[in-house]
Structure formats: C-alpha cells, structure tokens
Design a protein around this ligand. Structure first.
Ligand SMILES: Cc1ncc(COP(=O)(O)O)c(C=O)c1O
Length: 380
C-alpha cells in the first residue's frame, strides 16, 4: 500500500454507529481506578504522562512511516534528538556528530553532554567510510543528519552504518528533511530515525512536536524509558493535531517539493545567484548519492548569492513579500532565513557568497518566482 493511502486510514477508530473519524482527545493528567490494587498493578497506564489512545495511534503512524518497531513521542524535535542521544550514552563515552547537525543539537552536546562526561567530536559530513578512523574504544553513537542543516550535504549512510555495526555503535539519523517519505534510514540499517514533526506533520507553523522511531523493540524500550525519566510527554491536543497532519502530509510534501526543485532551478539561473544548494539539482556535489539513497526531493534548500555586503542580504530578505522571515520549514507558508550568523562549523563548508535558506510552502510557483524576481532585481 502506498504512503498516501496508508496515512489516510492509520490509527482510526473501528467504525460503529456515529464513530468519530479520528481518535477522540482524552484530556487527563489524573487517571482514576475503582480498585486500589490497580494503582500499582502494572500493565496499564496509571498517569497522564503515559499517553492515551491518540498517542498510541500517532506512534503507530510513525512506526508505519519509518518501518520501525516502536516510537517515542516528544514535545519537540530537539527533545527527540536529545532523548535518542541520552538513551545511548554514559559517562566516559565519545560520540560522533555530523558537523552539519542542527545548531541546537550542537549546543546540547557542547553544554549538556559535557556535564555528564560525554565527549562530542564533529566529523565532516562527507566522511563516509572514513568515519572508521574516528571510532574509538568508547564511541557509543553516531548522529547523522542528511541533508545537513543549512549546508545540505548528503551523507553516505550505508558506509557509516557498516562501520558502526562492525563496532556495535548506535546510528541515529535526523530525518526531518524527508519527513520519512523519501528517505528510509531504518531500512538502510540505522538504529533510530528522529523527526521534528513541527515541520511537515504539523504543516501549519503552529505546533512543536517530535518523534523517535527505533528499528528494534529493545532500542524503542530504551528510548522510551529515557524520555520518560527526563519527563518528556506530549499533550493529547498536540498529539491529535500531528496525527491529523499525517492525513494530508503526502500531498503537501509532494506539492511543496515540486515547487522547491522548480524554484531552486530558476534561482540558480538568476544572475545574482551563484548557485542553488538542493541535492535534487545536478549541480549539487552529492547529487549522485542523493539519487542512490533518496526517492524524492523536499521543500527545503539553500542558495548562495554572488558576494555582496550583509546589508544588501538583509535588504533582499526584507523586500520578499511571500517568503516570510522565520526559523522553520515544511509548513504551508514559504519561509526564508540568512544563514551566515549561525553557520557554526568545525570543518568549513566553504561557501563563496552569502548563504540563504529557502522553504517553499503551498503558494503558487509563479507568485514565488515573481517575489524573488522583484527582490533580487533590487540588489546592486
Ligand atoms: C533538522 C532539524 N532537526 C530538529 C529540529 C528541531 O525541531 P523542533 O523545532 O521541533 O524542536 C529542527 C528545527 O528546525 C531541524 O531543522
């Protein structure tokens, strides 16, 4: 069954007479029991943090999306990343994290893992099988993000998984860019796929949410126990909205991705633009690897402008009318940010002009082009 069909029907209540289309929202911190013995007698939920039927339905949907054995829902995508790491490290460990990781994950590693005696080493995203040389006796996990945040490098997941498996190291892949629809890290042997569901599954820029999908039941148990111990839980209302987003995610994702590839191609031909950085474009250095490992594109890409002062970059962004300035992607509304102030890297990604990240929403492609045509035309 294709994803679009699967997600229209997954996690729906069994139809009786006048059944609601989606599972109902049950709001409860306290759960009540008519027998005292049931308070401590395991095997059922005893408190709101343990979820509800709508949580079960959404977990099932994420497992189906990633072909996983278990899902832990988290309050946001950052918490999904941190829960995955914390479930797999102990004091004295060393972890390898892609240099192209999402900035706040880097901040977590540098400010929090250090407190627990866990050392983070950032590796260049293009390392592939070369990762073997960085693996130490105490390396416990490798965190990948493909394509990388802002700079959009594709990682050689099969090569990294092979090196990791040989040394019993856990691989975690942030799969937010693909929404799990065009990239299947668990099928390629990774242990964990992480999502910021804030992006495509919310789809409307109004909910923070995350999910950790594990390939095996034992890993899923480990992540769930860690997330629970740290107090991660999600509200039934937000959980419901993310499940609702699943119903339409395939159509939105395809439409937005189609616009993004067309806009990136158009922008690349513009005389004020040095190049577009989208792995679906032939000009992308990792295009062949993207073709090998992905089945489609996504709505998020970057462009490199011809060198110009920062004041001009800011003026360009301020002129855009449809592309609002905001830090996210995957929603119905097009967004844009300039990246240079947050392009923190140990291994220089070497862009030869200002880097701008673009997320295509559901607006008409011609209107998107017109917006850029007008704004770029004002550059000196
Ligand atoms: C790749 C990636 N992972 C994780 C996150 C964090 O997600 P959230 O905002 O839901 O915490 C983001 C947010 O932009 C992201 O781009």
């Amino acid at each position: 069954m294709k994803d679009a069909t699967k997600f229209a029907h997954l996690g729906r209540p069994k139809v009786g007479v006048g059944t609601s289309v989606n599972p109902p929202i049950i709001r409860a911190s306290t759960l009540l029991f008519d027998k005292a013995d049931d308070l401590y007698n395991g095997g059922h939920r005893i408190y709101g943090r343990h979820g509800s039927p709508v949580h079960d339905a959404l977990s099932e949907a994420f497992c189906a999306l990633e072909n996983g054995a278990g899902t832990t829902l988290t309050p946001c995508g950052l918490a999904a990343n941190t829960a995955s790491i914390l479930a797999n490290v102990k004091a004295g460990d060393h972890i390898l994290v892609t240099d192209s990781t999402y900035g706040p994950v880097r901040h977590f590693c540098n400010t929090q893992l250090t407190k627990f005696g866990v050392e983070t080493e950032y590796y260049p995203p293009g390392i592939g099988a070369g990762i073997e040389a960085l693996i130490r006796e105490n390396t416990s996990c490798i965190l990948l993000e493909s394509p990388g945040s802002l700079s959009m490098e594709i990682q050689d997941l099969p090569a990294i998984v092979k090196a990791a498996k040989a040394r019993d190291i856990v691989t975690i892949v942030d799969n937010t860019w693909s929404a799990g629809l065009v990239y299947a890290p668990l099928d390629m042997g990774a242990d964990i796929a992480v999502h910021s569901a804030t992006k495509f599954f919310s789809g409307h820029g109004d909910i923070l949410f995350g999910a950790v999908v594990s390939r095996t039941k034992s890993m899923a148990k480990k992540v769930a126990a860690t997330a629970m111990a740290f107090g991660n839980s999600t509200s039934p209302d937000d959980t419901y909205q993310i499940l609702r987003g699943f119903r339409t995610v395939v159509t939105r994702f395809e439409q937005q991705s189609k616009s993004a590839v067309a806009l990136a191609t158009w922008l690349e031909a513009h005389d004020k633009v040095l190049r577009a950085v989208h792995p679906a474009l032939k000009s992308h250095p990792d295009h062949a690897m993207w073709q090998r490992d992905f089945t489609g594109a996504s709505c998020l890409f970057s462009i490199v402008l011809k060198p110009c002062p920062e004041t001009e970059v800011l003026a360009l962004l301020d002129q855009l009318k449809l592309f609002a300035k905001g830090f996210s992607f995957g929603g119905f509304e097009s967004l844009v940010i300039h990246c240079d102030p947050q392009l923190t890297r140990n291994h220089d990604p070497k862009f030869d002009g200002p880097l701008i990240r673009v997320s295509c929403g559901l607006e008409d492609l011609d209107d998107m082009k017109a917006d850029w045509q007008h704004s770029l035309g004002l550059l000196a």
